[in-house]
Ligand binder design. Structure first.
Ligand code: SF4
Length: 299
């Protein structure tokens, strides 16, 4: 199957982009593996006009919005993000009405219709920097309440979570006792966790960062063993980058939506050249503004 995927990809002029949380065999056939923003930026640089994207829907939408002239295909259009889906246009509009003049900062893990209403987009890697750079002491932040809380801790600003209690990633809800367990099992282990984790887990960790930041952390640390507090696909990515180090899961954490993409579906998508992501032009234009604002603020 892998041989046929590689052959078809070449024949049809596709580039395969996979998120860090994809299955190991999917990461192996991909041309580039990264986080959602890295993938969207990489897509802009490749000469191929055809992109087969392996991740979940909001990421495919982001790639399409930043590369409207390219054709973006996904193997399973049902691969979605339950956290992104907690935030709707109606909820965003309601909060904007309730807090006039308060900037709406939207995590990239959100639907494109909501992005179109945001003042600025952020990623888990730059959320703190973006909020620090905004000229107000209060911001609206959605949809992840844990990332909102982390940003408030690190910036000292008032961060209002939108939609609120229901906005969180189910995959990152680790138990703080797992940190103790892993420290006991692997003395000297360094524990790294994603800011989508609850505060009690973040507080016990050695390092809090996005998947991109997790990828750099082992370079600075002489430890041999690292516990990884994010989706299990990241273990494969890290083990490839640092073959001399050992990466163990903090807990088994599997995003079922990410894992909907299989080699069979990839092959089928390449043969049939579907399903294509199609977005209205005006929606792309509106969603691009807060994305470009993010780049402006980051300089
Ligand atoms: S890991 Fe969490 S945030 Fe990422 S796609 Fe899955 S449910 Fe959404």
């Amino acid at each position: 199957m892998i041989d046929e995927i590689l052959k078809l990809k070449k024949e049809k002029g596709f580039v395969l982009l996979a998120h860090n949380y994809q299955l190991p065999e999917i990461q192996e056939v991909a041309d580039f593996v990264g986080d959602s923003l890295q993938l969207a930026l990489f897509a802009s640089k490749v000469p191929e006009r055809n992109i087969l994207f392996l991740g979940v829907d909001f990421m495919a939408e982001l790639i399409k919005a930043l590369n409207p002239d390219k054709r973006v295909i996904v193997p399973d259009p049902g691969a979605t993000c339950p956290m992104a889906n907690t935030l709707t246009v109606e909820i965003v509009e309601k909060f904007k009405e309730e807090f006039p003049g308060v900037p709406f900062v939207l995590y990239v893990n959100s639907r494109i219709e909501c992005k179109a209403l945001a003042d600025v987009i952020c990623t888990s890697a730059n959320a703190v920097e973006i909020v620090k750079k905004l000229p107000t002491d209060t911001v609206l932040f959605g949809p992840d309440k844990n990332l909102a809380e982390y940003v408030a801790e690190r910036t000292g600003k008032k961060v209002i979570p939108v939609p609120g209690e229901e906005g969180f990633c189910p995959v990152h809800q680790f138990d703080p006792s797992s940190v103790d367990r892993v420290r006991e099992a692997f003395p000297g282990v360094k524990v790294m966790v994603h800011p989508e984790c609850p505060k009690a887990v973040r507080d016990k960790a050695d390092f809090v960062g996005s998947t991109g930041q997790m990828e750099k952390y082992p370079t600075k640390e002489p430890s041999k063993v690292f516990a990884v507090g994010t989706e299990s696909g990241m273990i494969h990515k890290l083990s490839k980058v640092y073959p001399e180090k050992v990466f163990v899961p903090l807990e088994e954490a599997v995003c079922e939506n990410m894992k909907r993409n299989t080699l069979e579906k990839v092959l089928h998508a390449l043969r049939e050249e579907r399903t294509e992501i199609v977005l209205p032009k005006d929606l792309i234009e509106k969603a691009k503004k807060p994305i470009l604002r993010m780049f402006e603020l980051l300089g």
